[in-house]
Design a protein around this ligand. Structure first.
Ligand code: UT7
Length: 329
């Protein structure tokens, strides 16, 4: 059997033009630039316009990625959108995006693995693309988290932002390169650690759920923090071991951009110097499924990667879900 490579042919990202700084937030809730910076490393986040939806953000990032890949919309054979803030419960944001982008009537689906969603989507695409019918797959993370954040809750509203990121993957026969492997996990034994409690079939929307603020992100931050570092490190170890690589082989770590302290703890556990870790959390806040493709696209734009570099992506999020993806650039 011939080796199949799943190459990152093009990337793109989009951040809404409106920026909300920590000082802006300190006028809405009892917080300060100093508290937010020291606990999270975040200085600002981008916020979508009221009439800008998840598919609008995704549309911008997707167009850039398709152009970056030197392809046309008609070359795309499947579309996967990772999101927890779809335009509506159904149809999927991916289906809406299929028409807007002018893709052929290809398979289009959303997946929800919260902040790990993009890595889950990449792994699904990698496996799908072992099949020769899928030559180019558009994989995206897109989030309008500002639409599910309680802007009166200082413990969560300071953390999140909006944005979208996209990869166009290309299937090629030849020595293995590109997306090499993904190690993913989930543990749903305590979903309330990080969730939106109502609005689904378990607790449909009622006046009471709205009055009780149950349609907003609810989180036990300390619990998530502890799990995040341990589970991301474990996934990275797994993916390295499976591919006979050492930590010292990693040229770049691109972690989910949730909190600079989590990123620093992870880098320390993995013995990777912070100079080899790409961070943009100061500028974007946590954009959930969009955070890794945005960070990757910005790193690429800055000329960060060299051909042959081993790049590791690592994520964790609601579910809980977690994972790591190994890339040979
Ligand atoms: O993609 C996954 C998304 N989730 C995460 O990444 C969350 C991971 N967890 C974290 O990042 C951290 O737990 C937080 C940044 C959310 C919180 O940091 P912490 O060091 O765990 O703070 P804390 O929750 O223990 O709060 C410490 C104090 C509390 O006051 P008291 O009880 O000690 O008087 C909070 O009420 O800080 C207070 N506090 C704030 N103060 C000013 C909480 N939020 C704020 C705020 N501004 N925004």
């Amino acid at each position: 059997m011939k080796d199949i490579s799943i190459l990152i042919k093009g990337v793109g990202y989009y951040l809404p033009s409106s920026v909300l700084t920590n000082d802006d937030l300190s006028k809405k809730v009892e917080t300060s630039d100093e508290w937010i910076r020291t606990r999270t490393g975040i200085a600002q986040r981008h916020i979508a316009a009221e009439n800008e939806s998840c598919s609008d953000l995704a549309f911008q990032a997707a167009q850039k990625a398709i152009a970056d890949a030197n392809l046309q919309a008609s070359d795309i054979d499947a579309l996967i959108v990772a999101t927890v803030t779809p335009d509506m419960p159904f149809p999927s944001t991916a289906a809406i995006l299929q028409a807007r982008l002018g893709l052929n009537n290809v398979m289009a689906l959303d997946i929800n693995a919260a902040c790990s969603g993009f890595l889950y989507a990449l792994e699904l695409a990698r496996c799908l693309m072992q099949n020769e019918h899928y030559r180019h797959v558009l994989v995206m993370g897109s989030e309008k988290l500002s639409s599910i954040v309680n802007w009166t809750d200082r413990t969560t509203c300071v953390l999140f932002g909006d944005g979208a990121g996209a990869f166009v993957l290309e299937r090629q026969e030849g020595p293995k390169s590109g997306i090499l492997d993904g190690a993913l996990g989930a543990d749903g034994s305590n979903p309330s650690v990080l969730c939106v409690p109502a609005g689904g079939s378990m607790r449909p929307t009622t006046h009471e759920t709205v009055d009780a603020n149950m349609h907003y992100v609810s989180m036990n931050g300390k619990e998530v923090f502890k799990m995040a570092v341990r589970l991301m490190a474990k996934s990275v170890d797994t993916v390295l071991e499976r591919n006979h690589l050492k930590k010292s082989d990693i040229a770049w770590l691109i972690p989910h951009q949730a909190n600079l302290r989590i990123i620093q703890s992870l880098a320390q556990l993995l013995e990777i110097p912070m100079e080899q870790v790409f961070c943009n959390v100061d500028k974007t806040g946590n954009t959930s499924a969009a955070s890794i493709p945005i960070a990757f696209a910005q790193a690429k734009e800055a000329g960060t990667f060299k051909p042959g570099d081993y790049i590791v992506l690592a994520a964790f999020g609601g579910g809980l879900t977690w994972g790591a993806t190994l890339i040979k650039y």
